[in-house]
Design a protein around this ligand. Structure first.
Ligand code: NAD
Length: 694
């Protein structure tokens, strides 16, 4: 497309209108800056033009920079800064007319103009922090000059946009336009056409810029953005806006933008941005795959998971029938749901009316027959194959034709469950994570015979109930738990060799995970892991497990729920090491003839993180996950892996797969064949994903 078509020039008498036409969202990609500069040149050269209006064609103003251009060399990247410099020096008034969203580079462009008008519902924001970067085209210097230090910091550090109505209150918008935006903007432009001097933002000073404001922001990000670079740089730059001439801050911003952009954290956050979008696409499934309407849901089991799962549907306004075996269990389950909602209401995040509306959508029942009109039925009973098979046999007779029959099993074979029905194409695994009303992840387990429609409907349903759905294949533990299982083994092994549990957890905390493996086990309940190990040993004919952690469980310490497990807990739930546990570990090592050794933090971190990576590679090779990016999304939303590390697979790419393999071998582990092959070829998981059609 020529620059004139990307930015169209038109006249309304004395006003030149530049319309950006770069669908779908008018991103600031190549062609846009050239078109805008050409338009400004035309306006400057023509004495009959008194003012310029810049507006977006289609559904929005400039919604942001084009993230794909981040990787272009500087000379090839679209020249947003140059365009804004030209605007700032422009001798006639320029008016940004905003509808839809003005985000990132879009808002920076608007702040480069002399004035801004907007429709009341337009959204304005600088979300760069979410991608580990910072506003790099004047945003850090102009926003504080418009809205003051405090508000600018708030907007840039949260990345959350504000509505134009608020923008008007804080001075970011000069006029709200209710009717036709363009004619309102042209009227405004004529009103200000002769006003001089031009009220350039770059010539203003920053209000409310006390040292305390910046100190408080620095303190705040220790909590909200622990370990992250770009928020620090944003605060430094906002402070420069307040304390140095515009030009100095403008120059520093360019340098710091490059520093942030070239950081592993930003690479990771950009990877996450794309990985999430990719995860929504199911290989082999066309966009036109039909989906079913989900108007009623049925849930079997009102325990920990069933109750939480029900809440997701109720929140989305979908009626739920929940079935239990006894009235007592049903009452208990409903009681928990109501208490959860009432607690939310007490915190002011929901009205009492909302609580009642949701509870009104919930029908308790002791009869599975009452599920005959449900469009989806999710089973969440005990983790026992015989019980599940019995339920699916009965469901087969009860459920209406075409209804989705889902199991929330964490480990069992979904194919085996599907096989007891006459309609395996309707059977799927929907693996929610605990607490199911909170955790965003939904592993969607595609069994051998699951139909495309059932799969596509489940993906759409995930979105509807505000989950991040990721399709996985059938194996023990699917993706997330299979990896975490190996990780737990490695963590226990490290303690056996000499590490203290708190050192192991601290290593993962330092990587940015809010909980290390032992903090996580204490929260989930140590008895659950123990029961799984006992079960596995039984199945494979091995002796009953008797590791140090099994011994702790046998002393009655089951984790947070019994007031202590590997750690002790007080009411703040802060873990504290326990002397008896340490003594038990010491005794265990002595019995095993292990002389404890000092294990460096580096070894702890690498052995734990690379165990995840190695199992992840095996999972990819087996086709249980379609993309390395999917595994990363699972770890971000299901296990608290920090987004600024991008997930375990991206972390491995960042460390270099050849280094990962060398370290695994050094620590006595066998690298998965796929990992080894990629490392030998000098490849990465990102390359592999790209090759698979990413
Ligand atoms: P739970 O023991 O808290 O709840 C199970 C409920 O099912 C009980 O209330 C029980 O009365 C009911 N039930 C048993 N048989 C039934 C039947 N025939 N009809 C109706 N109700 C019946 O267990 P949970 O932790 O909620 O786990 C449920 C399922 O979810 C299991 O398959 C588990 O593996 C899986 N899961 C659990 C978690 C977790 O962290 N707890 C996470 C993901 C998946």
């Amino acid at each position: 497309m020529s620059t004139e078509t990307i930015v169209a020039q038109s006249r309304q008498d004395d006003v030149l209108i530049l319309t950006i036409q770069n669908p779908p969202v008018n991103a600031f990609s190549p062609g846009v800056p050239e078109g805008l500069k050409a338009g400004l040149d035309a306006a400057a050269a023509d004495d009959t033009v008194r003012a310029v209006v810049i507006i977006g064609g289609g559904r929005t103003f400039v919604a942001g920079a084009d993230i794909k251009t981040f990787n272009l060399p500087r000379e090839q990247a679209p020249d947003l800064r140059g365009t804004i410099e030209k605007l700032d020096a422009f001798p006639k008034p320029t008016v940004a007319a905003i509808h839809g969203t003005a985000l990132g580079g879009g808002l920076e462009l608007a702040m480069g103009c002399t004035y801004r008008v907007a429709t009341p519902d337009a959204q304005l924001g600088l979300p760069e922090v979410k991608l580990g970067v910072l506003p790099g085209a004047g945003g850090t210097q102009r926003l504080p000059r418009v809205v003051g230090a405090q508000k600018a910091l708030e907007m840039m550090l949260s990345g959350t946009p504000i509505k134009a109505t608020e923008g008007k209150e804080v001075g970011l918008i000069d006029r709200l336009i209710d009717g036709d935006l363009l004619s309102g903007a042209v009227t405004f432009a004529r009103e200000v056409a002769d006003a001089r001097p031009l009220p350039r933002i770059s010539e203003r000073s920053v209000e409310g810029a006390s040292p305390e404001v910046f100190a408080a922001a620095r303190q705040g990000i220790k909590k909200s953005h622990w370990g992250q670079l770009s928020p620090e740089l944003i605060i430094d730059l906002a402070e420069m806006a307040a304390t140095t001439p515009f030009q100095e801050g403008w120059t520093a911003e360019a340098t710091k933008f490059m520093q942030a952009k070239d950081s592993p954290q930003s690479r990771a956050l950009r990877h996450v941005f794309f990985a999430e979008r990719e995860a929504a696409k199911i290989p082999g499934l066309g966009k036109d795959t039909p989906t079913l309407d989900i108007r009623r849901a049925g849930i079997i089991g009102a325990g920990t998971m069933g109750g939480g799962i029900a809440m997701n549907f109720l929140n989305a306004g979908i009626p739920v029938t929940i079935v239990e075996t006894t009235q007592e269990a049903l009452d208990r389950g409903l009681g928990v749901i109501r208490r959860n909602y009432e607690n939310t209401a007490k915190k002011g995040r929901m009205s009492q009316g909302d609580v009642e509306t949701r509870m009104g959508l919930l029908t308790p029942s002791l009869d599975m027959g009452s599920l005959s009109d449900a469009d989806i039925i999710i089973e969440a009973v005990f983790e026992n194959m015989d019980v599940k098979k019995d339920i699916f046999t009965r469901l087969d007779a009860i459920a209406k034709p075409g209804a989705i029959l889902a199991t929330n099993t964490s480990t069992l074979d979904v194919n085996e469950i599907a096989a007891v029905t006459s309609r395996p194409e309707s059977v799927i695994g929907l693996h929610f994570f605990s607490p199911a009303n909170v955790m965003k992840l939904l592993e969607i387990v595609r069994a051998d015979k699951t139909s495309d429609t059932v799969l596509a409907t489940s993906m759409a349903l995930a979105r509807k109930i505000k989950k991040v759905g990721v399709v996985v294949g059938v194996c023990d533990g699917f993706v997330g738990n299979r990896m975490v299982h190996r990780y737990g083994e490695e963590a226990r092994q490290l303690v056996e060799e000499g590490a203290r549990p708190e050192d192991v957890d601290a290593a993962m905390n330092a990587l940015g995970l809010p909980m290390g493996p032992f903090q996580m086990s204490d929260m989930a309940g140590l008895d659950i892991g123990h029961a799984i190990r006992v079960h596995r040993a039984k199945v494979s004919g091995e002796p009953e497990p008797d590791g140090w952690l099994d011994r702790i469980v046998k002393t009655g310490r089951k984790g947070q729920k019994t007031g202590g497990g590997i750690y002790d807990y007080d009411e703040t739930r802060k873990p504290r090491p326990n002397a008896d546990v340490q003594a038990l570990i010491d005794t265990y090592r002595t019995e095993k003839g292990v002389t404890p050794r000092d294990i460096s933090t580096e070894e702890l971190t690498k052995r734990l993180a690379y165990t995840l990576v190695n199992e992840g590679a095996q999972i990819l090779d087996e086709g249980i996950a379609a993309r390395a990016g999917d595994i990363d999304v699972i770890y971000l939303y299901g296990y608290g892996f920090p987004a600024y590390r991008g997930g375990p697979m991206q972390y491995a790419d960042e460390m270099g797969l050849n280094n990962v393999v060398a370290d695994l071998e050094r620590y006595g582990q066998t690298p998965a064949p796929l990992l080894k092959r990629l490392a030998d070829e000098g490849g990465s998981f990102a390359d592999l994903d790209a090759g698979r059609g990413r």
